[in-house]
Write a protein that binds this ligand. Structure first.
Ligand SMILES: C[S@@+](CC[C@H](N)C(=O)[O-])C[C@H]1O[C@@H](n2cnc3c(N)ncnc32)[C@H](O)[C@@H]1O
Length: 151
């Protein structure tokens, strides 16, 4: 079994978060939401995307980045940031079973201090001129690769 987790930094589109929560429910992963989010956790679009899968999600909400970091460091877990600014391909990185895979806010990614705090940063290569992949799609691709390696 893996203890891999997905963390969402201040997500602002409830349908994406609901889709990711359904993903983690199906893959058996834990999930962290670093608040403030741009919506309430009871948002109907989140519920529509997450459906009844939400009932089996192991979700931890952190009131802010500092509280998340305090918890993560005391747990001794590595933080792997998915970023369009990264240099290392997500398929070249060696994941550990207790890594936390961090994804940025849909509108703005993550600020520099969060980018710098990560232990590693990985990118899904894109064709020239494209800006970014949907956050839920990114999470599925990177979690899939991490699980392939550690399962
Ligand atoms: C819609 S994107 C954010 C776009 C934002 N304007 C930015 O500059 O980061 C939301 C999140 O999905 C993930 N993401 C999107 N495309 C990615 C890629 N090609 N490689 C790695 N992560 C990606 C990142 O975690 C990103 O913060």
């Amino acid at each position: 079994m893996t203890d891999l987790r997905i963390a969402l930094y201040q997500p602002d589109i409830p349908g994406n978060t609901g889709t990711i929560l359904r993903l983690v429910a199906c893959l058996g992963l834990g999930v962290d939401i670093i608040e403030p989010a741009g919506f309430d956790i009871s948002d109907r679009n989140l519920k529509r995307a997450g459906m009844d899968y939400l009932a089996s999600v192991t979700l931890t909400r952190h009131v802010n980045w500092n509280q998340f970091e305090t918890w993560r460091q005391s747990a001794g877990r590595r933080l792997v940031l998915a970023s369009t600014r990264a240099a290392e391909r997500y398929t070249d990185f060696t994941y550990r079973p207790d890594d936390i895979l961090l994804f940025g806010r849909e509108s703005a990614g993550v600020p520099d201090n969060v980018h710098d705090a990560a232990d590693a940063r990985v990118i899904i290569p894109m064709v020239a001129g494209q800006r970014s992949i949907n956050v839920a799609m990114s999470a599925a691709m990177i979690a899939g690769e991490a699980l392939r390696q550690v399962s």
